[in-house]
Design a protein around this ligand. Structure first.
Ligand code: FEO
Length: 392
């Protein structure tokens, strides 16, 4: 148990070995943590649990340190298994403990665990008196699941925000003022870009709702990564920016290439963008981690994307990336397409269609080259890059 504030203890787990999350979907280069919190007052509340593989160490630790029979209630802010996965094992041991969750949370607990636990549904503003502290529940639907909620500990003035404001970041330390700020914000923006981007409108509305309450917030303690205690509102301000069609004014040129022709085009387009004084990154979709590419796209204003044509379509990693981009519903970005081909040459049209479907405005008709681009065609790519840069 690590005391984070009077009456509040971190009882979570650090997962140093996690390399992917959501199955194999999201990379987690710095591991992650599953943060569970214990509020010890006249009554004792456990807020969230940890992922199933860690259930034994989690429950044994609680048993040794406080005795499971002393847990008066369990709050489930979110039923995704990284936070609710230890519930069945816990509830075997304290079957009568009441669980507090949102209405959707109750439905999802039943769908996940087919259990008969004592579920108590709470809405925004409902509260539970622990003694000196009071738990106040705040529903956060679709941030990022329909069941998500946060729990505010009035008295200690700590917001247990669940996934919001989190990072997949295992650190020897607990608090934001103790860690490398570059690492911290890299993981925080990666988390936002990959998980919360589609819900940005809701993020803005929820931030406004919470800030208008003028609650004193001394600490924001999410369910992953480090806890924000030094100027905790800095991450709320960042979320407000990230939820507002965020970009850093740069361009990303993404490509995949069978024999190097599309790559030559990518480098020439990037040269053109650089000629106009803009920052540009040129990255292969085949060679780079897709979650990191999403973070780079999130930071970019312009997305120029290219593929060789294969079997009347695009290369596999390009197809996957286009689907990911579509699902994330980025706002305020502009795009263009390019690619080399042998005989049919559909890739550019496919990319343009997919980027449009993703809400990315196409700024110019795409550029193609047959087989290996000539010196003139490479020059045309450079001019294409310059023209694109002027529209960013
Ligand atoms: Fe960290 Fe949505 O679970």
């Amino acid at each position: 148990m690590i005391k984070i504030k009077d009456n509040i203890y971190w009882v979570g787990v650090k997962d140093w070995e996690l390399k992917h999350f959501h199955g194999e979907e999201l990379s987690t280069h710095r591991g992650s943590t599953y943060n569970s919190y214990l509020i010890k007052d006249k009554k004792t509340a456990l807020v969230d649990t940890v992922w199933t593989p860690f259930q034994r160490e989690f429950i044994d630790h609680l048993e040794k340190n406080i005795g499971l029979e002393n847990i008066d209630l369990v709050v489930v802010n979110h039923t995704e298994q990284d936070h609710s996965g230890s519930l069945p094992y816990l509830m075997e041991k304290i079957p009568n403990a009441p669980i507090y969750c949102s209405k959707n949370g109750a439905m999802m607990i039943k769908k996940h665990y087919h259990s008969d636990w004592n579920l108590n549904i709470v809405k925004t503003g409902d509260s539970f008196d622990l003694g000196d502290n009071k738990l106040v529940f705040v529903e956060m639907p679709m941030l990022h699941w329909p069941d998500s909620m946060a729990t505010y500990v009035a008295g200690a003035n700590v917001l247990l925000s669940n996934d919001a404001f989190g990072q997949h970041y295992a650190s020897p330390y607990m608090f934001n003022d103790q860690v490398d700020q570059c690492e911290l914000f890299q993981e925080a923006i990666k988390y936002y870009a990959n998980i919360l981007t589609p819900f940005s409108k809701l993020v803005k509305a929820k931030i406004q709702e919470i800030t208008s309450l003028n609650l004193p917030i001394d600490m924001i303690a999410p369910s992953h990564g480090i806890i924000w205690r030094d100027n905790p509102m800095q991450i709320v301000e960042k979320y407000d920016q990230w939820a507002s069609g965020y970009n850093e004014g740069s361009v990303i040129v993404l490509y995949d290439s069978m024999w190097g022709a599309t790559r030559k085009m990518a480098l020439a387009i990037a040269r053109g963008i650089t000629n106009k004084g803009l920052g540009v990154k040129t990255l292969s979709m085949g060679k780079n981690d897709k979650s990191d590419l999403v973070t780079e796209i999130f930071k970019s204003k312009g997305v120029v994307l290219g593929s060789s044509t294969i079997n009347n379509g695009v290369l596999g990693d390009v197809a996957a990336m286009l689907d990911i981009i579509k699902g994330l519903k980025f706002k305020g970005k502009i795009g263009a397409a390019f690619g080399s081909y042998g005989w049919s040459g559909e890739s550019v049209k496919i990319i343009e269609t997919k980027l449009k479907e993703a809400g990315i405005e196409i700024m110019a008709e795409g550029i193609k080259a047959q087989y290996n681009p000539t010196t003139e065609e490479i020059k045309a790519c450079e001019v294409f890059g310059e023209a694109f840069a002027e529209k960013v």
